[in-house]
Write a protein that binds this ligand. Structure first.
Ligand code: UGA
Length: 434
């Protein structure tokens, strides 16, 4: 990638901020990334990622060793950059469906208090419509040199580098030609490689992001709703989804029936959007989106009940092997993880649950210390009365019934991600449900 020589700052070095900072350095910019968490900054400066993301460690090291990427805990070190990207978290507010914006506000205020020369503060965090306007007002009260833009990110965990360097589209929420020009310069190489750019106002840019996530969530809940109709009518949802997917207008992705969606984004964004619709008095819209969440959460109960049926009606005293803790494969993220919710549900109903995940055991243990953890599939499965396959890791796809048969107590398996070949398991004497 050619150097294009801007100076860029990144505020917030969580998952998004770290990927963005390393990506910006790879695009040839001079990057300083800031976080108030000194421990995080120390480990990033030493090129150690505090979370799991394929390939990002190497990109981080490349940036640091090239001298184009450095880390700091002080806002004072960010003054002078041409563009400041705000990548702080917007978690679901405690006791509410709305997003908690306190870190976004703090970042804009702290930056505006320190910037004197012309520059642009670019929000990347996922926020409700109206936030960019409020941030622009906060900034305008402090300086007339600094503009505000919104540039939502669409990166998926497990694909952070690809999505940062080769995004499907760029969305610029801007109010002035200068802000657009700076963003076009920041992403010059990406745009030259053919990435489409959509230029719009603040509210549109903010809404594109939550609408994209809500649409993906809706697609998953749609196929899961149809899965229930299939179960009730004796139809098979997998060939049905395949047939739907061949229609170009529908497409095959995010049409995988199973345990449903989780993670730090889809669930919170759907909830934030229905909270926003409800606040706006759009009750029909709120009810429509709320149902996406309801259907999704219902999947967890359904999978639990399949396990209960295999156990003869109760989890009490049973030994459960839970395969998977992460909310999806290729991440150690267990936020709102359907897998962990099901494991915890079985535990609550009196089972002894042993969880195995290829990378998420440590993060799962921190989130759910009441469950037991094993570092291999076989250890987790020893003496199990039922195996619940909860995350679609490729490691689990290759599971061989003849390897599990000698270690379990009863040959019962619930394949919550439709990952295995039912005929193969049934032929080996397993009670297989999906
Ligand atoms: C999601 C979006 O895909 C990104 O575009 C967006 O930038 C990101 O949120 C964000 O807001 O930051 P991510 O949370 O990493 O990315 O996860 P996805 O790959 O979208 O998967 C979400 C969930 O849907 C997972 O639990 C996955 O298992 C589930 N899923 C996915 C299904 O249940 N069925 C499918 O067919 C596909």
């Amino acid at each position: 990638m050619a150097a294009s020589g801007l100076t860029v700052s990144v505020v917030g070095t969580g998952y998004l901020g770290t990927a963005h900072a390393a990506g910006m350095a790879q695009l040839g910019h001079d990057v300083v990334a800031m976080d108030v968490d000194a421990e995080k900054i120390a480990s990033l400066s030493a090129c150690e990622l505090p979370f799991f993301e394929p390939g990002l460690g190497a990109l981080l090291r490349k940036g640091v060793e090239s001298g184009r990427l450095r880390f700091t805990t002080s806002y004072d070190d960010l003054a002078g950059a041409d563009a400041h990207f705000v990548c702080v978290g917007t978690p679901q507010a405690p006791g509410s469906c709305a997003a908690d914006l306190r870190w976004v506000e703090a970042a804009f205020t702290e930056l505006a208090d320190r910037l004197s020369g012309p520059s642009v503060i670019v929000g990347k965090s996922t926020v409700p419509a109206g936030t960019a306007r409020r941030m622009a007002d906060i900034v305008a009260r402090r300086t007339d040199q600094v503009e505000v833009a919104w540039n939502p990110e669409f990166l998926r965990e497990g694909h952070a580098i690809e999505d940062t360097l080769r995004p499907d589209r760029l969305v610029f929420g801007v109010e002035t030609p200068r802000a657009e020009k700076v963003l076009r310069e920041v992403y010059r190489t990406v745009i030259e490689e053919g990435c489409p750019v959509v230029v719009a106002g603040y509210a549109t840019a903010e809404l594109v992001k939550v609408s994209a996530n809500a649409f993906l969530a809706m697609k998953i809940s749609f196929i899961n709703a149809i899965a229930q109709v299939c179960e009730a009518t004796g139809a098979a949802v997998l060939p049905l989804a395949e047939a739907l997917g061949y229609d170009d207008r529908i497409g095959p992705r995010f049409l995988g029936p199973g345990l449903g969606f989780g993670g730090g984004c889809l669930p919170k964004d759907v909830r934030a959007l229905y909270a926003c619709a409800s606040e706006l008095g759009l009750e029909d819209v709120a009810a429509f989106l709320r149902q996406v969440d309801v259907i999704n959460l219902g999947r967890r109960d359904r999978i639990l009940s399949l396990g209960r049926e295999l156990l003869g009606g109760s989890y009490a005293g049973a030994r459960v092997c839970a395969l998977g803790a992460a909310f999806k494969p290729n991440t150690d993220d267990v936020r709102d993880s359907p897998a962990l919710a099901v494991a915890a549900g079985a535990r609550r109903e009196g089972a002894r649950v042993v969880v195995h995940d290829p990378v998420a055991v440590d993060s799962a243990r921190r989130a759910r210390p009441d469950l037991e953890y094993a570092d291999s599939i076989l250890t987790a499965a020893r003496g199990a009365d039922v195996v619940l396959l909860l995350t679609d890791w490729t490691e689990f796809e290759d599971l061989d019934p003849s390897v599990l048969t000698p270690v379990v107590r009863h040959r019962n398996i619930v394949d919550a991600r439709n990952l295995l070949l039912p005929t193969r398991w049934r032929a080996s004497g397993w009670n297989y449900r999906s």
